[in-house]
Write a new protein. Structure first.
Length: 153
């Protein structure tokens, strides 16, 4: 896998966050993290296509979190529509602030693209739902059997 990071690196308490610019193929770490979560399980993996992954890794909006050289979390924001497509942290690394940093990076990407209101969806009655509510996201409805949240940037 030939991936590279071109935007910036921020050292934070011996952890590294990258804004990922490009990756030639689906990053196996992102796929493994997405498959490892205990909640918000992707019920139909065919809904997320290779072209979906390709668009995100070849455009601004993807950030990954590394611990000791291993990617343990990632986020993906879509500046075309203001959505946060993904925010996942490997079990065992949850509750350490990684998701908060990745969410902030996704929101910063959207804001820099001129987005004023971001949106995202998640399954009901999950840690993710509680996390989004606690970080200022407002439940505004449902979309594809998931909760729809919005937040001003």
């Amino acid at each position: 896998m030939n991936c590279w990071y071109t935007f910036w690196r921020e050292i934070y308490r011996n952890r590294v966050i990258h804004a990922q610019k490009s990756c030639r193929r689906r990053h196996p770490s992102a796929q493994a993290i997405r498959s490892s979560v205990l909640e918000n399980i992707l019920g139909d993996p065919s809904r997320v296509t290779d072209s979906d992954y390709e668009w995100y890794v070849n455009n601004p909006g993807v950030a990954v979190w590394e611990e000791s050289g291993a990617i343990v979390g990632f986020s993906a924001a879509d500046p075309r529509d203001g959505g946060i497509w993904a925010l996942f942290v490997t079990p065992g690394f949850e509750g350490k602030g990684i998701g908060s940093h990745l969410l902030a990076e996704a929101c910063a990407c959207l804001k820099s693209a001129g987005v004023e209101r971001a949106w995202l969806t998640t399954d009901p009655n999950t840690r993710a739902e509680r996390f989004y509510r606690a970080t200022g996201w407002r439940h505004v409805g449902e979309r594809d059997n998931e909760l729809l949240f919005e937040r001003s940037l």
